[in-house]
Design a protein around this ligand. Structure first.
Ligand SMILES: C[S@@+](CC[C@H](N)C(=O)[O-])C[C@H]1O[C@@H](n2cnc3c(N)ncnc32)[C@H](O)[C@@H]1O
Length: 316
């Protein structure tokens, strides 16, 4: 696998250490098929300076404008955000960011609700248990591979009981559309993917976007890459990954995670695993084997990730 630190169209992965605007300035227009990111939230996390809201939105506008220009006409942008909390009052960032995307002519296809079970316990409002993914496309001719991300039907054996198709299965045997509400565990301290990053994506969240919105060999870009969860999800499915991260230590973890995955030693939570319910006896889902690298295909082994003991609390 060819991994580079600067733009190289022949690479499998480009892991750039620096400001995303610098990387964006050297990516050719219409180069990437999918942009997925969770931008730095303006909530005073340890990795950012607290910006006032107008400055934050102006900075986001600059990044979004460049993202639109490097996006293919069949491509998608997925911007994952939560709330800005100001003195106990919440300001939903997706509502503030929507007009910026719309001003560049992007079309909103879904406002996906990512629901998760764990987080801070609020005492003066209801505890926040979801964040949002705004999915935009550049044109009406966009890639959407629904069959690759279908989920099991609730009643897979249900049949038509009258009409011309009587006796036939009424649901799609490949499964159903996963809908726009996704219940996926967030990466808290006991999650198998946890690193030192306070706010990382679960890989399975990005897998669903990558599989549905790109084809093999397409480029997937994350301007605020963190510890490279977007890159991992992309490489797992034979896509190419490009991203920027200003913090050296996070970049080092991204490279380490990719190296673990190449050896078949990166532990990820499988997409098919149901969310844990203490009242339901879970069916055992065997480890999934994923071909990460075209030359050295290896199964993913389920061993503990080394950074798990360095974890911090995440508020996602
Ligand atoms: C919400 S985190 C993203 C985490 C990521 N989704 C993951 O799974 O690891 C945002 C990241 O953006 C980085 N960042 C902030 N400003 C940046 C900039 N101008 N260019 C590139 N990265 C930046 C921060 O250091 C932080 O790691």
């Amino acid at each position: 696998m060819k991994i580079t630190g600067s733009f190289d169209p022949d690479a499998d992965a480009i892991i750039y250490e620096g400001d995303c605007l610098d990387l964006l300035s050297v990516i050719p227009s219409e180069f990437v098929q999918l942009i997925v990111t969770s931008p730095p939230y303006n909530i005073g996390k340890e990795y950012e300076n607290r910006l006032i809201l107008d400055d934050y939105l102006a900075q986001q506008r600059k990044v979004i404008e460049k993202c639109v220009s490097i996006l293919k006409s069949t491509g998608s942008i997925c911007w994952q955000v939560g709330n800005w909390v100001d003195n106990g009052a919440i300001i939903p960032l997706d509502i503030l960011l929507y007009p910026i995307f719309a001003s560049f002519g992007l079309k909103l296809r879904n406002r996906i609700i990512w629901h998760f079970g764990h987080g801070l316990h609020a005492s003066k409002r209801f505890s926040g248990r979801y964040e949002v993914i705004l999915w935009f496309t550049k044109t009406d001719q966009y890639t959407f591979n629904l069959d690759s991300i279908r989920v099991p039907q609730k009643y897979p054996t249900k049949k038509y009981f009258k009409g011309p198709h009587i006796g036939e299965l009424s649901g799609n045997p490949l499964g159903k559309n996963p809908s726009d509400i996704w219940e996926i565990p967030n990466v808290k301290s006991n999650h198998v993917e946890k690193t030192i990053h306070p706010c990382q994506f679960p890989v399975e969240l990005i897998e669903r976007l990558v599989l549905s919105m790109t084809d093999e060999n397409d480029w997937v870009f994350d301007p605020f890459m963190g510890v490279g969860s977007t890159a991992i999800a992309s490489l797992m499915h034979k896509r190419r990954a490009i991203g920027a991260e200003i913090k050296r230590e996070y970049n080092a973890i991204t490279k380490e995670r990719i190296a673990f995955a190449e050896k078949g030693e990166l532990r990820v939570r499988p997409m098919e695993r149901p969310v844990y319910d203490p009242n339901v006896k879970a069916k055992s889902i065997p480890p999934k084997t994923i071909e990460l690298n075209r030359e050295f295909a290896q199964p993913l082994l389920f061993i503990e990730y080394a950074h798990n003991d360095l974890h911090r609390e995440s508020v996602k």
